[in-house]
Write a protein that binds this ligand. Structure first.
Ligand code: PLP
Length: 391
């Protein structure tokens, strides 16, 4: 018999009762060091006092009022995101996939308005992940997400991630945009090179395409800059943000230049819950903390410590670990065996991590981790590597 809860997830048999800082506590009282962070969502850890206070005070004031009316907290958050990025304007919704959908609609509308409605195709990358709606599984192009859901939404051409020649060769008269993750997450933690990002920007300009970045996982400070592409010299036309934006409160945002967004006028797009006062208030508090002087410098510094420690572990346990890659606090440990087994054993030893494509164990800790947490995580990984594989 089907469970009351639709079984779309192969869930681990554990439930957490509460979270505090970098730790989660299971129902049996056991403490876990959380280097999964809800898959890069809990950027400030669990129950950060400033987020709790922001949510509490907003909860007693106003929850929801509809986008039929002005929502000042939405205007303020949009202004702050605009000030901190390339963007001129922001649309708020409730998830990553919705932020991608908004960008995809904007791309079609932009070319339609420019007298080229035939330009609707988007070049995307193999190994990409953009969400689980019909359009975003088509954008991701992964067989395991598409199986059984035919017909596939039309309009996506997939090329190898990191290969500029392939991307150029894929451009045709119908091409409208390029969509890429600056650091592929689900695909196995693959950072794009500076040359690749700059090459995509040049290519977009040459062919009149919009460059759309998916920073849903790698954004919000995870790489040590507010957004990962800010390590490069380029700026996108459109960017999707979600996961860490409100530190665990559901939210998504599509940021864009005026040029790209101009065509999305009143009535062209919408969301009932998007930009809800609760989400806006919590996201504002997240930005308050992340944009404080020195916060991102500390992320970069602690990421260096974690990375060095992982490199050392890879050297000491070459039979279990094949390498480490990534950017900032978005790191992937390449396992020699099944990464899911390795992650289950890490969990038994008190450390939470996330599996990614290609037997990679993803480490996506809260951005507030300190030396002691890094030491604890490295100790657990070392212990796990030293155990026999059958645990
Ligand atoms: C998680 C994720 C998404 C989808 O976000 P949802 O909130 O689950 O819809 C899209 N792109 C990337 C890169 C992600 O990591």
């Amino acid at each position: 018999m089907i469970p009351a809860l639709m079984p779309t997830y192969a869930r681990l048999d554990i439930a957490f009762e509460r979270g505090e800082g970098v730790y989660l506590y299971a129902e049996d009282g056991r403490r876990y060091l959380d280097f999964a962070a809800g898959i890069a969502v809990n950027v400030l850890g669990h129950c950060h006092p400033r987020l709790v206070e922001a949510l509490r005070s907003q909860a007693g004031t106003l929850w929801h009022c509809s986008n039929m009316y002005r929502i000042p907290a939405q205007e303020r958050l949009a202004e702050r995101l605009v000030a901190a990025t390339f963007a001129d304007t922001v649309f708020f919704n409730n998830s990553g996939a919705e932020a991608i959908e908004c960008g995809l609609k904007m791309i079609r509308k932009y070319h339609d308005e420019n007298g080229a409605p035939e330009r609707y195709r988007v070049i995307t990358c193999a190994g990409a992940f953009h969400g689980r709606t019909l359009a975003t599984i088509a954008a991701g192009g992964q067989a395991k997400h598409l199986a059984g859901f035919d017909p596939v939404v039309d309009g996506f051409d997939h090329v190898a991630f990191g290969n500029l020649d392939e991307a150029r060769a894929a451009v045709r008269p119908e091409t409208a945009a390029i969509l890429v993750e600056p650091v592929q997450g689900e695909g196995g933690i693959h950072p794009a090179s500076m040359e690749y990002m700059e090459g995509l920007r040049r290519m977009a300009d040459e062919f009149g395409l919009l460059l759309f970045l998916d920073e849903i996982q790698c954004g919000m400070g995870r790489t040590g800059r507010l957004f990962a592409h800010q390590w490069t010299s380029i700026e996108p036309d459109i960017m999707a943000v979600a996961k860490g934006l409100a530190g665990g409160f559901p939210i998504g945002a599509c940021l864009a230049t005026e040029k790209a967004a101009r065509a999305l006028g009143a009535g062209s797009h919408g969301s009932t819950f998007g930009g809800n006062p609760l989400a806006m208030t919590v996201a504002g508090a997240v930005l308050d903390v992340i944009l404080e002087d020195g916060f991102l410098d500390r992320v970069e510094a602690i990421a260096g410590v974690l990375r060095q420690g992982l490199e050392d572990l890879v050297r000491d346990h070459a039979g279990v670990l094949a390498g480490v890659r990534g950017a900032g606090l978005m790191l992937g440990l390449q396992c020699r065996g099944d990464s899911k087994d390795f992650i289950a054993r890490l969990m038994r030893n008190g450390l939470l991590a996330v599996s990614a494509e290609g037997n990679v164990a993803r480490l996506l800790p809260p951005l507030i981790i300190e030396d002691g947490h890094v030491g604890e995580a490295l100790g657990i990984i070392a212990k796990t590597c030293a155990e026999p594989a059958d645990g």
